[in-house]
Ligand binder design. Structure first.
Ligand SMILES: C[S@@+](CC[C@H](N)C(=O)[O-])C[C@H]1O[C@@H](n2cnc3c(N)ncnc32)[C@H](O)[C@@H]1O
Length: 257
């Protein structure tokens, strides 16, 4: 690693507690380098100095490093498995399950979960924690306004039941919004609560180094009750689930023993 980038990593860690060394280096460096060059800085040191005095540059950096793409019912078949197989078992074991969408981005994931939960129980009983590193994105998630791009997998009946047409797109109904509590959190640094029945963490672990993933799987396993499930993204299979007290309940669903 170049000394310039290494020093940048240290500076960012001091300023934000975000440890860029826990993200796959080549990918992260390429993303940041292209932004740095676009802004006309020829070293990471100069780039860091600029963002220290200019909030816009810092926000732009944060926006570039956190890849926020999301959509409702992402990989719809997996949500079907959640609805038809995983949740019925979980609800039989605990009618008031503790639910967490980790790295929730603009909110499509926790809201999808709320819409599915509404098929099992009144929304007034549903409570979901949704967390992300990026504060700005959480503010957008709370507003709950979406364009067609993130809605293409939403079944027609769900769209008419849980969204209202808005001049800007579609807005999630208040009763769904009320079930979700958004909170800023760094998965790679902060403590987790315990006794979760379901943790959804999708399409973020692909950006982490193997060591960071290992630590995170351990933390997720500790945060789940036995019988609780970790639901991961469709490129994020865990290769040695038993090392984390997990068994595969279905593809991309890991049940804690
Ligand atoms: C590609 S989005 C995934 C959104 C959603 N889970 C999905 O699958 O559609 C990745 C999200 O991970 C968040 N993220 C990145 N690093 C994180 C960290 N260390 N702790 C918590 N969230 C993080 C980013 O801010 C971004 O919103």
């Amino acid at each position: 690693m170049s000394q310039d980038y290494e020093q940048f990593i240290l500076n960012i860690k001091k300023k934000t507690a975000i440890d860029l060394s826990l993200y796959k280096e080549a990918q992260m460096k390429r993303r940041l380098e292209s932004l740095r060059n676009k802004r006309g800085f020829d070293s990471f040191q100069a780039f860091y100095q600029a963002m220290s005095s200019d909030q816009t540059i810092f926000d732009e950096f944060l926006d570039r490093m956190t890849i926020n793409v999301s959509e409702f019912y992402r990989n719809a078949k997996r949500w079907e498995v959640l609805e038809q197989k995983i949740l019925p078992r979980i609800l039989k074991e605990n009618p008031k399950p503790k639910l967490w969408s980790a790295a929730c981005s603009t909110g499509e994931e926790p809201y999808t979960l709320a819409m599915i939960m509404s098929k099992f129980q009144p929304l007034s009983k549903v409570s979901i924690l949704a967390t992300d590193l990026d504060r700005g994105i959480l503010e957008r998630a709370k507003i709950g306004l979406y364009t067609d791009r993130s809605l293409k997998e939403v079944p027609k009946d769900i769209l008419s039941a849980h969204f209202k047409k808005d001049p800007m797109g579609y807005k999630v109904n208040e009763d769904i919004k009320k079930t979700v509590r958004f909170q800023q959190q760094n998965l790679l640094a902060d403590r987790f609560d315990q006794q979760y029945d379901l943790i959804i963490c999708r399409n973020v672990m692909i950006y982490f180094t193997e060591e960071a993933k290992h630590e995170l799987y351990l933390k997720f396993s500790q945060a789940l009750r036995s019988g609780g499930v970790l639901f991961v993204g469709s490129t994020e299979q865990i290769f040695n689930p038993a090392a984390y007290q997990f068994e595969t309940e279905d593809t991309f669903f890991y049940k804690k023993n």
